[in-house]
Design a protein around this ligand. Structure first.
Ligand code: SF4
Ligand code: SF4
Ligand code: SF4
Length: 306
């Protein structure tokens, strides 16, 4: 494939011709902010945070979807691009709960990170805000719609596994929201608690409930382990405090890896010192169960006993 040389923020970089500006910038170690972009998902350019200025082009362009061109000169932090980013972030924060102190996502939240980077604050006036529709029905995932920025990453990642595709957009304008099936709770829906959506969500709108209140992201020592349940070998992080494993967290489901609840529970049981009880869904209801049943080992353990 042909290579292209372009200039980003005054530095030259040579990349394959099918690269986008965001990928070329990454090669230079330049992080262009983006909420809806994920290299493993279809590109939708909906958050528009990644806008950059291109010499000779009066319009700002989205770096996630604009392909590199020979000789292109790009400014990722021009006054115009930064002003637009600040306005987008302000609109998002105007419609967001001021909950960073206790939010499970704090420290890893992209909205928080970019608000800090561009010095955008929560608003100080009242007005309509996204309703706090909190779905606590699943023992595995907590959904808080008030923290959703409608990036759609959860919808796209869930749909990558054919038989899942549980999540979708509903309504329009200010009422736009993400729903599970026909607006069901996660418990009633076809959700299989694989955690793909939780892993890609840039904010605290989707949280791994089993890890809540166990450890802050910045306190944890992290060790990456591979799930041993099937040939995909999905990656998980074991979160440790003072050497003691307290939680397990799924990593991005890249390279066609599906992630699944069984793999997550198995990895948790093998690595974590004090594990919570497992749950399975039966007839649209979560019920507490034993580890043999949760891991699908009942038949085998019966045979071994015999
Ligand atoms: S989702 Fe992010 S910005 Fe919102 S309260 Fe949580 S940490 Fe703060
Ligand atoms: S946990 Fe998995 S199946 Fe459930 S909504 Fe998220 S991605 Fe879809
Ligand atoms: S729940 Fe998270 S991943 Fe899904 S649209 Fe909202 S912010 Fe994006």
């Amino acid at each position: 494939m042909k290579n292209i040389t372009l200039t980003i923020d005054g530095r030259k970089v040579t990349v394959p011709e099918n690269y986008t500006i965001i990928q070329a910038a990454e090669k230079l170690g330049i992080e262009i902010p983006a909420l809806c972009y994920d290299p493993d998902l279809e590109i939708v350019s909906s958050c528009r945070l990644c806008v950059v200025e291109i010499e000779g082009n009066p319009k700002l362009m989205t770096a996630c979807s604009t392909q590199v061109v020979e000789g292109m000169v790009v400014y990722t932090e021009s006054d115009k691009a930064v002003k637009t980013r600040k306005e987008i972030l302000q609109l998002l924060l105007d419609n967001h709960p001021n909950d960073c102190l206790t939010c499970e996502k704090a420290g890893e939240c992209l909205l928080q990170k970019y608000a800090y980077r561009y010095d955008v604050k929560f608003r100080e006036h009242d007005g309509d805000r996204r309703k706090a529709l909190v779905d606590t029905s699943s023992p595995y995932i907590l959904r808080d719609e008030s923290k959703c920025v409608l990036c759609g990453k959860c919808v796209r990642t869930c749909a990558q596994i054919n038989e899942r595709a549980v999540l979708s957009f509903a309504n329009r304008g200010f009422e736009t929201r993400i729903v599970a099936d026909a607006n069901n709770s996660l418990e009633e829906s076809r959700c299989v608690s694989c955690n793909r959506c939780v892993v890609v969500c840039p904010t605290g709108a989707l949280i791994d409930k089993r890890n809540m209140n166990k450890i802050r992201s910045w306190e944890a020592e992290k060790e990456v382990v591979k799930c041993k349940v099937c040939e995909y070998g999905c990656d998980f992080e074991v979160l440790k405090r003072n050497g003691k494993a307290v939680a397990v967290k799924a990593k991005t489901p890249g390279e066609g890896r599906p992630l699944c609840l069984k793999g997550r529970l198995w990895t948790e049981l093998v690595n974590v010192e004090e594990v919570d009880k497992p749950y399975i869904k039966e007839n649209g209801k979560f019920i507490e169960t034993n580890w043999q049943k949760a891991l699908g080992l009942e038949e085998i353990t019966e045979k071994i006993k015999d």
